[in-house]
Every structure is written in structure tokens, then in C-alpha cells.
Write a protein that binds this ligand. Sequence first.
Ligand code: FDA
Length: 374
Amino acid sequence: MVAGAGLFGLTVAERCARDLGLRVLVVERRDHIGGNAYSEVEPSTGIEVHRYGAHLFHTSNERVWEYVNQFTAFTDYRHRVFTIAGDRVYPMPINLATICAYFGRAMSPGEARALIAAQAGEVAHPANLEEKAISLVGRPLYEAFIRGYTAKQWQTDPRELPAEIITRLPMRYTFDDSYFADRYQGLPVGGYTAWLERMADHPLIEVRLGTDFAELGAAGNVPVVYTGPLDGYFGRAEGALGWRTLDFEFEVLAQGDFQGTSVMNYADEHVPYTRVHEFRHFHPERDYPGDRTVIAREYSRFAGPGDEPYYPIGTPTDRARLARYRELARAEKDVLFGGRLGTYTYLDMHMAIASALAMYGNRIRPRFLRQARV
Ligand code: FDA
């Protein structure tokens, strides 16, 4: 049995059915498969929207790339992000174009490095996130691009956030403005849902939607791969693990193009949202209507009970609780814990797939082959 039909659960189910010929029951709490990578078509425009936030596939892992290409082809979309700070637009992450535009003059990589190093030298021993960020990029860039955005992400003044939240800030001294550096990048040609449905499309795989693993009662004596929240599995006995969540405000607009790009960040604190996604720009190759577009404004906040957990926070309390949950998980007979919720780790899609393939290859397959020999 697999609990959760996200990319981790689907990869395990697909491998067990196709490679080992096992019957697999996948139970999924939501009314659709695909976990957070799920997308759907907005009915009045035909535009594919990502319900849980923009998902761009990228990997340098040959094995993962080969695996996913069995289920879908990918477009050649390359992700780029811009940010509005004040009344100007700059490329993100901060690169030489951002630095030259912000300081209003042409600089060589060496000149830009020297300028930022001098500005970053202002703080020697950072005691909070603000000081840490200044020690990495200097005060002017911090104030323009990081302070407001971070305050909105955490609903907290960066001076009150621990320095450890950031170890580095992406910064490039070239004009390369591509968001990901991976060898393989793109979006599934037929959309995410078609890709994910193809993974589950096997006579030995049964998917039960709207079914919470916790409410199943005794799962029987079948081995389980659990990809739901780790603390939830144990009834939060050691306390809740902290997450940030996002709220998306979707809107169909009567105009062909709202912002000219797929993701626009808003650096200023007085703008309440952090980003605006415009979904038509993920698929310029598609024949979308010229007079309507779909956008989603993204807001960030701490997750309360009942909210979708999106990004693990990882405070010292969280880390202590996680260590205890991991011990409990190790002692659980015939249950393997995986995926972003089951391990309390941020995983990109390619990482979720790679780790599911590793669990299958190292733990599940050897066990069933051994059983078959006995
Ligand atoms: P995922 O959360 O997708 O799936 C778990 C499933 O388990 C869910 O469907 C859930 O409903 C179900 N479940 C939970 N508890 C259950 C229970 N008790 N019983 C039954 N079912 C249960 N990655 C990337 O590569 N590029 C990108 O651009 C992005 N963008 C992005 C944006 C945002 C806002 C987020 C939060 C994440 C991304 N990601 C991403 C990461 C991507 O979403 C992530 O890699 C995958 O969701 C991981 O798949 P999992 O199967 O681990 O979890």
C-alpha cells in the first residue's frame, strides 16, 4: 500500500507494479492524484494552471530524466524570474544585469564584485537574518530586493529572524539570468496531469481518491510506503512540526497578457503578495486565447492546523521533534517513510523521484525478491 499519490508515491507504485508485478493500492486524501505537482485546465480559457504553485521540471540526474521521459515529453521552456522593486523591474536571482541596473552604471564582473564586497564588509559577525543578508550582498541590494520579500515570506521583521535561515544568497557576476542551472529543463508537453496519470495507468495499480490513510483503520499486514506528514502518522505525539503555507488567489483577466512573463516577484513590503504567476507564459507553444489570461497572486504565511504544509521551517524545536519522530519511524515494522511530508524535507520534483527510485532499488525490490526466493 502506498499512502499519498504525489510523485514519490506514484514512482514507488509504478516501479512495484511494472518491475515486480506486485498489486499496489494507492490511497490519496485529496480528490486528485499528483500531489502538489497537480495541474488543471481553467475552463473558461483552456489555460493549464498549477493549483499548488508554479512547478518547473529541472534535473541533471540522467536516471531521473530517463525515467520521467517514459511518461511524457518535455517542452524546451527555460524559467526566468523578474522582480519589481520600487517602480523598476530587475532580473532575479541577482546577477550582473540586476547590479548594473540597480546602481545605474555598466560594471565588469570584477568591478561589481569589488563594490559588493565593500558593501558586505559592513557586518562582520551577523546576529540575525538582516545582518547575515547584508554580509552576503551588502545593504543597498538587501534593502531593495531581500528585506521586504523576506518579511512577507515569514511575516516577521528580518531582524527578528535567526541568521541560520540563510547560508547563502544566489548571486551571479555574469549576465546569465536563467533560474535553474540543470542540464534538463522543461514542462510536460501534455501537462502535469497527463504525465502523472500515465504513471498510475497500470492494471496492477488501484488508486483510491478521497481516502485518508489514517482513517483506514488496520491497514492489514501489507507493507506500506507512507508519504503523508511524518508527525501526523504518529498522532503528533511529539508535537507538531512547523511549516509555512501559501495562499493562491486565482483570477481570470479580460486581457491577453498581464505581465509579459510567467513569474513576477514583488520585493516591496507594502505589496501584500510575494509573487504573481501568469500561467499562459509557461506554454508559449500552445494556442491559448489572445483576449484572456489567468493569474495567481501568492501570499505566504505560517501554516496552522488544517493548512497545506508547503515549506518545512526547521526551528531548533522542529529539529528536536524530527529526531524523535525519525526514531519512531525506524521502529515501525513494515512501513517506509518517504517524500517531502514523510521526511520533513523540501524536495524538488526530481529529488522526490530520485529518492523514490532509491527506496525502491535499495529497500523494496531486494525485500520482495528475497521473499520470492523463500
Ligand atoms: P506531495 O506533497 O506532492 O504528495 C504527497 C501526497 O500525499 C499528497 O497528494 C497528499 O494529499 C497525500 N497525503 C498526505 N497525507 C495523506 C494521508 N494521511 N492519506 C492519504 N494521502 C495523504 N519542485 C520542482 O521540481 N520544481 C518546481 O518549480 C517546484 N515548485 C514548487 C512550488 C511550491 C509552492 C511547492 C510547495 C513545491 C514545489 N516543488 C517544485 C516541489 C514539489 O511540489 C515536490 O517535489 C513534490 O510535491 C514532492 O512529491 P511528494 O510525493 O513527496 O509530495
